[in-house]
Design a protein around this ligand. Sequence first.
Ligand code: GAP
Length: 447
Amino acid sequence: MKKNVRLEKIVSLAKRRGFIFQSSEIYGGFGAVYDYGPLGVSLKNAISQRWWRAMTQLHENIVGLDSGILMHPKIWEASGHVSNFHDPLVDCKQCKARYRADEFAEDYESIDWSTTKCPTCGTTGKMTEPRQFNLMFKTIVGPVEESGSEAYLRPETAQGIYVNYLLTQGAMRLKVPFGIAQIGKAFRNEIVARNFIFRTREFEQMEMQYFVKPGTDDDEMLRWKEERIKFYTEALGIDHDKVRYHQHGENELAHYAKEAWDIEFEFPFGWAEIEGIHNRTDFDLRRHQEYSGKSMQMFDDEAKERYFPYIIETSAGLNRMLLAVLSDAYWEDEENNRVVMRFHPAVAPVKAVVCPLVKKDGLPDIAHKIVNELKNHWKVIYDQQGSIGKRYYRQDEAGTPFGITVDHQTLEDDTVTIRDRDSQNQERIPLTGIVSTIQDRIDNYSK
Ligand code: GAP
């Protein structure tokens, strides 16, 4: 495969600076699983908190949920995942390379595989016919394999919301329209995993299911499409021209969807989906009623009627969102010979570095005092190692938006300098104004 230089640079920075590591590296790695280092986990938490806030705090009618990864196996029969959640797989008998058949053509069933050339070894006539491969991971519940029962690791968090929606609605006395949001792990046995953390076998989803009155679903779909794209540009500070919509055609629609749109981001390897917005109709609730034998209809107090609400789903991948944030932030500032991760300060893993200009004259003590105050608000670090320029550049690469420096003038007038990561501008501000200045700059950040 062609090397993608920009992606390789991001992968290498992510490892070097403690954002993302290949899983089980000392054992040669474990396919399509990644571990998040100190800066990576902070960034991931900050992004998911932005999403959680956007959903459950800024909308009075959206509540949270955290359901289990393991659930009753019948759920996956009802949802259609047992019979429909397949990818078509083809192998090269010559070099053993494995592909998704739909990577060759969307209409892969019309391909003559016996004349198809393997993209890896170039041999013609050695490709197998496509075989359907279920993406769900199976596991055994119970201590003895033979007598245990099979269960699945959930391939989406959505079903946990559907099976709990009536309990949630009753407990919180919710009226349509209302939403239930959830963040959690999902697992898919992807045939081909590539492009770093873009497609992995273990990942996190941030899903919100919005329950609406049938007939209002088209309008709600429009509203959520607009709201969700704004999240990327406003809450995460991603450039407008790097996100766009893509509507699913008939052949692309998932088995549950009446209408579906992706939000795509321009990754270093091209435009690709980060989030799906789906009109799932009442498909899932009807199926759960059929398979569980329990009513999944809601009673509408005002209309005095029972019905299946329609569901508009917004389904985002946290890891993909993080890759989008990393890709958008990566900036080679050639003029100043530095690499800068231009994160929106609200998601930057470390908000400020506090530096005494020199290691003497009482400056370190003042810097430690500042750290002690700032750490009540944000993750900040203390650094006295090396020249001040080197210290700033180290933090530019980690995406730390602010540098606070204590110098000899601090001893005279109780002021410090605050350096801006992107412009490198420095200003003097009073010691007492550091917290409010940083907060103000986080709130009013624009690239
Ligand atoms: N509940 C609907 C659903 O799961 P999806 O389009 O299959 O829809 C939603 O997945 C999002 O989950 C995707 O837009 C993507 O961000 C993320 N996602 C799906 N598979 C993934 C994988 N193998 N690795 C990383 N993220 C994945």
